[in-house]
Ligand binder design. Structure first.
Ligand SMILES: *Cc1c(COP(=O)(O)O)cnc(C)c1O
Length: 391
């Protein structure tokens, strides 16, 4: 008999009842160190007082009004995002994949309005992940996500990760945009080198294309910059954001330049919930923390400390781990053992990590984790590796 919850997930036999900072407390009282953050969502950890205050204060006044009216919390969050990024304008969604939907629509509408309606194609890369909507799965294109769900949304050209020559060759009079994650998350914490992002920006400029960055996972302070593309010193035309921006409240956004957004006039797009007062009140509190240079400096310091310890761990367990990779607090341990065995053995040691493609385990801790949490994380990873070695 089908479970009452549609069984689209292979769930671990864990149930959490409370969260505190980087810690999750299970129903049986066990305290798990959370290096997953709900997949890079709980950027400020669990039950951060500023987020609890923002949500409860807003909840006592007004939960929801339609986007038919002005929403001051939404205006405030948009202003903060515009102030701190390349963007001139922001549309709020409830999720990353809805941000992907709008990014695709925006790019097509841009060229339609420029009398180039034939420019509909978007170049994407193997191993990418843009969510589970029809546009999202068509954009990523992997068989795992698309099989059985055809006909797929047309207009995506898939290239090998890092295939810059392929990009140049794939561009034609029907190309509209290039869409890429600066650091692939689901794909196995694969960092796009700065030089490559720069080259993609240049290719877009030379060919009149839009650069769409998917920073749903790598954005909002995760890599030690507010957004990951800042490391490369280039800016996109359109950017997808979600996960960390809501700190646990479902919230996403599309950020764009005035030029790229020029086709999105009144009536061309909408959302019932996107940008509602509750979500944006929390988003403002998240931004007030993560956009602070001192906060980002701390992320970088802790990232350096964690990475250094992980390099040691990896060297100590050459049969379990192969490589440490990633950027900031978006780290991956490429495994020699099966990654899922490492994740499961981690649960035995009350440690949460997240599997990814390419036999990687992801470490996406709350950006607020402490130095003691880091020491404990590496201690538990060490125990986990030793447990697999002796099995
Ligand atoms: C998680 C993710 C998405 C999809 O976000 P949802 O909120 O699950 O729809 C899109 N792109 C990237 C890079 C992601 O990591």
């Amino acid at each position: 008999m089908i479970p009452s919850v549609l069984p689209t997930y292979n769930r671990a036999p864990l149930e959490f009842v409370k969260g505190e900072g980087a810690w999750l407390i299970a129903a049986d009282g066990r305290r798990f160190l959370d290096l997953g953050s709900g997949i890079a969502v709980n950027a400020l950890g669990h039950a951060h007082p500023a987020l609890v205050d923002a949500l409860t204060a807003q909840a006592q006044n007004l939960w929801h009004v339609s986007n038919l009216y002005h929403i001051p919390q939404q205006q405030a969050l948009a202003d903060k995002l515009v102030e701190h990024t390349f963007a001139d304008t922001v549309f709020f969604t409830n999720s990353g994949t809805e941000a992907c939907e709008l990014a695709v629509k925006m790019a097509r509408k841009y060229f339609y309005d420029k009398d180039q309606p034939e420019r509909v194609e978007i170049i994407t890369f193997d191993g990418s992940f843009h969510g589970r909507s029809s546009a999202g799965i068509a954009a990523a294109g992997s068989e795992k996500m698309t099989k059985g769900f055809g006909p797929l949304l047309p207009g995506f050209v898939h290239l090998a990760f890092g295939d810059l020559d392929g990009v140049t060759n794939a561009i034609s009079e029907t190309t509209a945009a290039i869409m890429i994650e600066p650091v692939q998350g689901e794909g196995g914490i694969r960092v796009v080198p700065d030089a490559e992002l720069k080259a993609l920006r240049q290719i877009c400029d030379e060919n009149g294309l839009l650069l769409i960055l998917d920073e749903v996972q790598c954005g909002v302070g995760r890599t030690g910059k507010l957004f990951a593309h800042e490391w490369a010193g280039v800016a996109p035309d359109i950017m997808m954001v979600a996960k960390g921006i809501g700190g646990g409240f479902p919230l996403g956004a599309v950020l764009a330049t005035e030029e790229a957004a020029s086709g999105m006039t009144a009536g061309t797009h909408g959302s019932t919930y996107g940008g509602n007062p509750l979500g944006c009140a929390v988003g403002c509190a998240v931004m007030d923390h993560v956009a602070d240079p001192d906060f980002l400096a701390e992320v970088n310091r802790k990232a350096g400390l964690l990475r250094q310890k992980l390099e040691g761990l990896s060297a100590d367990h050459p049969e379990i781990f192969e490589e440490v990779r990633g950027s900031g607090l978006m780290l991956g341990l490429k495994c020699k053992a099966a990654n899922i065995d490492v994740v499961n053995a981690g649960y035995d040691n009350a440690l949460i990590t997240v599997p990814a493609a390419d036999n990687v385990i992801r470490l996406l801790p709350p950006l607020t984790l402490t130095d003691e949490d880091i020491a404990e994380a590496v201690n538990r990873l060490d125990k986990t590796a030793a447990q697999i070695e002796s099995a």
